[in-house]
Each structure stands twice: as structure tokens, then as C-alpha cells.
Design a protein around this ligand. Structure first.
Ligand code: SF4
Ligand code: SF4
Length: 375
């Protein structure tokens, strides 16, 4: 059954991200709590759920089946999940991974299906392995109502992809007020590219992995002074939901309290006023004035490191920790930063990197600090 319905624009502006679910005994999802969270979310009028093949090693998709699919009519919610591009080595793998997701979720179609993190080397690999043909096929046969991709790369690359693949119906972007003008994340530039191509945007990381809910007391007070009733996280969510062309804003909720807070202010959503925007601009200014390690990401230090340590990404994680004081979030960032190379503690203090660094950063000390904080 072919399915060519346009993307609904009336989806409520808060989506439930199933990537940071409550756990018990360290590695088991607390499904009873998840069911209560889902109940509140739906009862308050929200309908969009976002998961991925890879979240919680596949357990997130199963948790969505148990807490949602098996308990509510299929037409009362939308499900989005994602193709793990790093687990695709041949054209046949697309079908295998896709079917695994359908089986785990207990559904025979998805409302939204995404190529997960279509960035860097995966952009060409997806072209070469027929990833886009596969996406068109599942749209054609009705197993995915809408197809798109999530993205963490430059605005220039986003423009290339959207020019080449007009069949992508939407994009999922990392957008938040702290990254809006960030030269690496490029939230604003990517947003503008998506708008230029007329693509609805799903926002991920509106609270920057929890960091914008864990600001220093001085910065949190700037929000509290303006409105003592509103949570610090709500400013970040409303910033995103106030943008034009947004399909929904995902929040990876981890407990009942977060669901209650998010659903309360988003049920009665008010776009930011001009004076509220000014408060956010002041907060961004305050964040920018906190001293951090002045790494420009030039990468001159990287090639000759005998331990293949991803120095700039590790430094960026230290800086995030300095700014937001969010240890779990920074530890997650650190494990991404060290996923493909050496850890900070692998540094043998040879000093090669420091001799290449135009900013004269004390990289060896920075690696010691990262090892202490994050390992
Ligand atoms: S000092 Fe450490 S981080 Fe720098 S090049 Fe040597 S091993 Fe790599
Ligand atoms: S050389 Fe210095 S400024 Fe450039 S990426 Fe490395 S640490 Fe950062």
C-alpha cells in the first residue's frame, strides 16, 4: 500500500525521546515507571515517540512496544525510529535492520523512519550501498509513512544532501540556544538550510543532553529572577518550540518529574516573548564569558599523536563540563570522543601535540584532567 500523505503539521510540539529511560539494577529499564510516563504524556495530549535501533542496545524499541504499542490504539500516536548506518555493510543489511526494528516495536509500519546520524563518512557510504533507494522503497510500500534523517555535520553538507535527495521529507537537527551560533554544531546555519529546502525540522538535544537544565547556580538565577515558576529546562524547550517550521521538539525524559514538568508548560505552550528572548541572550553571554580552554579545533595536534587520541573532542568535553557542570552528560560526550581512538589516560606525555598547537594549549595537563574527570 503506497502512502503519500503529507506530513501532519498539527503534531504537538513536545516529542518523547526514548533514549534516557529510567533504569533499575543499573541495566534494566524500569518498564513500570515508563508505562506511567507514557500514560501521562498521552493523557496530556502528546503523541510523538522517538526511539532508535541502537538506544539501550535495542531495549528502547522493546520498551516502546510494551509501554505504548501493546496498550494504546495504533492511530493514537506516532512512532519514529532509525536505521543504524554504522551497522550496515551491504545493501541487504538495510532490510534486516529495518525488519528488526519493526519486530521489536511490534508494528507493521512506522510513522517516521530516519537514517541515523547521516554524517561524515556515512554520507557517501549510504549513497554507495543504496540507502536512499531502500528509504524510497519503504515509503513506496507503506512501511514508512515519512522518511528523513538525523544529522550532525556542517550546514554545507546538509545542503548537499538535501539538494541531492529531495525525497527526504524532514530532518532531525541538534538545536538549542547554547549551540545556535556554535561553530561546530552550527544549529542556526543547519536550521536555515533546512528552511531553505522547505523541510520540517524535528529538534533533538534542545536541552543539550541535560546540560541546559544543570547550569551553574548564578546562571540558573538569571532565569529564576525573570520567572520563578518556570523550570530552567523549560526555557530551553520553549526556545526551540518557538522557532518556525518545527515538527516537534524531542525531550529524552528519564523520570516522572520531567514528564510532568515538560507536559505542563508545553500543554499550554506560549512562544517566547521579546523580553524572554533577552534573558536567554544574557544567559548565552554569561556562558560565553566563562573561561574555557581556547581550542579552535584546527586539529594540527591530531595526526602525529602516537596514541591516536582525539584531542580536540576531549578538550571540547572538558569545556562542556566547565560550562554546564553536568558530569553524566560530559561522561557520555567523553565516551563518544574516545570511541574510535585512545583515551586521555593513554597519553604518554611525549609533547608532540603541544609543539604543533598554535594556541599553546597545555594539552598534556588537559588529558590528565579529562582522565581524572571522566574515566
Ligand atoms: S602528549 Fe599525549 S596527547 Fe600529546 S601527542 Fe603525545 S601522547 Fe598524544
Ligand atoms: S592544535 Fe591546539 S587548538 Fe588545534 S585542535 Fe589541537 S589543541 Fe585545539
Amino acid at each position: 500500500m503506497a502512502s503519500y500523505e503529507p506530513i501532519r503539521t498539527d503534531i504537538p510540539k513536545l516529542g518523547f525521546g526514548f533514549m534516557r529511560l529510567p533504569m533499575k539494577d543499573h541495566d534494566v529499564i524500569d518498564i513500570e515507571q515508563v508505562k506511567k510516563m507514557v500514560d501521562i504524556f498521552l493523557n496530556r495530549g502528546f503523541t510523538y515517540f522517538d526511539t532508535a535501533y541502537v538506544y539501550n542496545n535495542g531495549k528502547s524499541e522493546e520498551a516502546l512496544r510494551e509501554s505504548l504499542v501493546e496498550r494504546y490504539p495504533r492511530d493514537s500516536f506516532q512512532i519514529a525510529t532509525k536505521m543504524p548506518l554504522w551497522a550496515v555493510n551491504s545493501p541487504e543489511d538495510y532490510e534486516v535492520r529495518f525488519q528488526e526494528s519493526l519486530d521489536r516495536l511490534g508494528v507493521d509500519f512506522l510513522d517516521f523512519y530516519l537514517l541515523h546520524n547521516l554524517s561524515g563518512d556515512r554520507i557517501d557510504a549510504t549513497e554507495n550501498l543504496g540507502g536512499w533507494d531502500f528509504m524510497k522503497k519503504i515509503k513506496e510500500d507503506g512501511r514508512a509513512k515519512h522518511i528523513g534523517f538525523s544529522f550532525h555535520d556542517t550546514a554545507e553538507r546538509l545542503d548537499e544532501i538535501l539538494t541531492k535527495h529531495p525525497e527526504a521529507e524532514f530532518v532531525q537537527l541538534q538545536i538549542n540556544y547554547a549551540d545556535w551560533e556554535d561553530s561546530k554544531v552550527q544549529s542556526r546555519l543547519c536550521y536555515e538550510v533546512a528552511r531553505k529546502h522547505g523541510k520540517p525540522i524535528i529538534i533533538m538535544e534542545p536541552i543539550k543532553g541535560g546540560s541546559l537544565a544543570a547550569l551553574t547556580p548564578e546562571i540558573s538565577d538569571m532565569f529564576k529572577k525573570s520567572n520563578p515558576e518556570m523550570s530552567v529546562a523549560s526555557w530551553a524547550m520553549r526556545y526551540c518550540a518557538s522557532l518556525d517550521g518545527i515538527l516537534t521538539v524531542l525531550s529524552g525524559m528519564s523520570n516522572l518529574e520531567q514528564v510532568l514538568d515538560n507536559t505542563e508548560y508545553m500543554s499550554d505552550f506560549r512562544p517566547l516573548t521579546d523580553s524572554e528572548r533577552e534573558v536567554i541572550a544574557e544567559v548565552v553571554e554569561a556562558l560565553n564569558s566563562i573561561p574555557t580552554i581556547p581550542c579552535t579545533d584546527c586539529r594540527y595536534c591530531v595526526d602525529d599523536c602516537p596514541q591516536e587520541i582525539g584531542i580536540p573532542r576531549i578538550i571540547s568535553t572538558i569545556n562542556e563540563y566547565t560550562l554546564y557542570n553536568n558530569l553524566p552528560g560530559s561522561q557520555r560526550g567523553y565516551s563518544f570522543a574516545t570511541g574510535r581512538g585512545g583515551k586521555a589516560s593513554d597519553c604518554i606525555e611525549c609533547g608532540t601535540c603541544e609543539s604543533h598547537c598554535p594556541q599553546q594549549i597545555e594539552i598534556i595537563n588537559a588529558m590528565k584532567k579529562a582522565a581524572e574527570l571522566f574515566e
